[in-house]
Design a protein around this ligand. Structure first.
Ligand code: GTP
Ligand code: MG
Length: 368
């Protein structure tokens, strides 16, 4: 038997939470390999949610409640995680909304994925079989789909289709490791921070398609504009892909600047300046990527390892130069010289960026 805690954060969910808890308890009784405790983390609801839960505790001994200040969803979860870990030392923690939008019948599938070896299972609305409510207003659909797409592309983690849904099963070791990171994100964005942390720390991720039901009672607690702002800010400050692109632009500036000075201002030999400018750009890119873009997996193990990685970096960079040269030659040969700058932009965006990003991740800044 393994133990799991289902955490239900609640603020004014009096009508939704009782049927949800009863259903989870019904499922708990049928489970063979798992023991579930339910922990409600209520932010002093004004609609009696707390008393509804306390009433249910009389008949459901596995039901628990803590009351916490109303400081946002992330803070409520943080307190819930700490309490659950100290009190139950669970193997698994399940996150679920208290408003019955997540179907508890699907819990067994989360357990199955964990038993198959996943560390972190996310209920996704955005892969085959998953869905958001059909009658959601268009702005809500755009917001949800757009936010997930933005995060997915911003992190260049195309395999992770869902970042914001709060129906998840996470092994406690992942949560324990993430506590220090997520404590900085008190709002809904902590859900994104959690997945980002897990991916960067090699947790084995898995997704289950889920149908997100419409809220039956009560109102949404989300502050959409604040949430969007937090997401954009989080992705811009944590995506190694975006940092990698910025480093590339800086490299371009360094290369161009040195070439300009050497060739135009000081009239030095073009071959010498080109060699100097490209190699300086390569060195600056290497350093910036190591200490900024891929900081969480920066190269360790002394000078030998640095030199080896720097050599590989030079090799990948030479590959970029070769690809650009050949690509330009082909495109100019076929379509003429007029639009040469367009070809250059296209080659950089669609060939050089994916080529270097993939190779850097595979051979230089490998996952630890
Ligand atoms: N304890 C606590 N729970 C919260 C807080 N904010 C939201 N919640 C709960 O977090 C869960 C998700 O919030 P919702 O308002 O349902 O967000 P949503 O599901 O994206 O929006 P809807 O589709 O309109 O329901 C619900 O169970 C809320 O009651 C908070 O500050 N403290
Ligand atoms: Mg909800």
């Amino acid at each position: 038997m393994r133990n799991a805690v289902v955490i239900l954060p609640s603020f004014n969910e009096a009508e939704n939470i009782a049927p949800l808890i009863k259903k989870i308890e019904e499922i708990n009784k049928k489970l063979v390999n798992w023991d579930i405790n339910i922990l409600v983390v209520d932010s002093y609801s004004t609609d009696n949610t707390g008393n509804v839960v306390k009433d249910l505790q009389k008949t459901i001994p596995t039901l628990h409640i803590i009351e916490v200040p109303k400081e946002g969803l992330g803070k409520a979860y943080l307190r819930g995680f700490n309490y659950a870990i100290n009190k139950f030392n669970p193997y698994l923690i399940i996150q679920m909304d208290a408003d019955y939008q997540h179907d508890p019948e699907r819990l067994t599938e989360f357990f199955e994925q964990i038993q198959k070896g996943a560390d972190f299972v996310v209920g996704t609305r955005y892969s085959k079989g998953g869905s958001i409510p059909k009658n959601w207003a268009i702005h809500r659909k755009i917001l949800s789909i757009g936010a997930n797409l933005f995060i997915r592309l911003g992190f260049m983690k195309l395999k992770t289709s869902e970042w914001t849904n709060g129906y998840r099963a996470i092994k406690t070791w992942v949560i324990k490791g993430a506590l220090d990171h997520i404590k900085n994100y008190s709002g809904y964005v902590f859900q994104v921070a959690m997945i980002d942390y897990a991916l960067k720390n090699n947790a084995k991720m898995s997704e289950i398609p889920v149908n997100f039901k419409e809220r039956k009672f009560g109102i949404s607690k989300i502050n959409a504009s604040q949430y969007v702002f937090q997401i954009i800010q989080y992705v811009l400050t944590h995506s190694s892909f975006i940092k990698f692109v910025i480093v590339g632009l800086i490299g371009f500036g360094v290369d161009f600047g040195i070439s300009y000075l050497g060739i135009q201002k000081f009239h030095q030999a073009v071959w010498l300046i080109t060699l100097l400018s490209t190699e300086t750009a390569i060195v600056s890119n290497f350093i910036l990527n190591n200490f900024w873009s891929f900081r969480y997996k920066k190269i360790e193990g002394g000078t030998g390892n640095y030199l080896m990685s720097f050599l590989k970096f030079n090799l990948v960079s030479s590959g970029s130069i070769a690809i650009q040269t050949i690509g330009m030659q082909i495109l100019v040969g076929v379509f003429g010289r007029d639009l040469w700058y367009l070809y250059k932009i296209l080659i950089i965006a669609f060939v050089i960026i994916p080529y270097s990003y993939i190779l850097y991740n595979k051979f230089i800044w490998k996952n630890k």
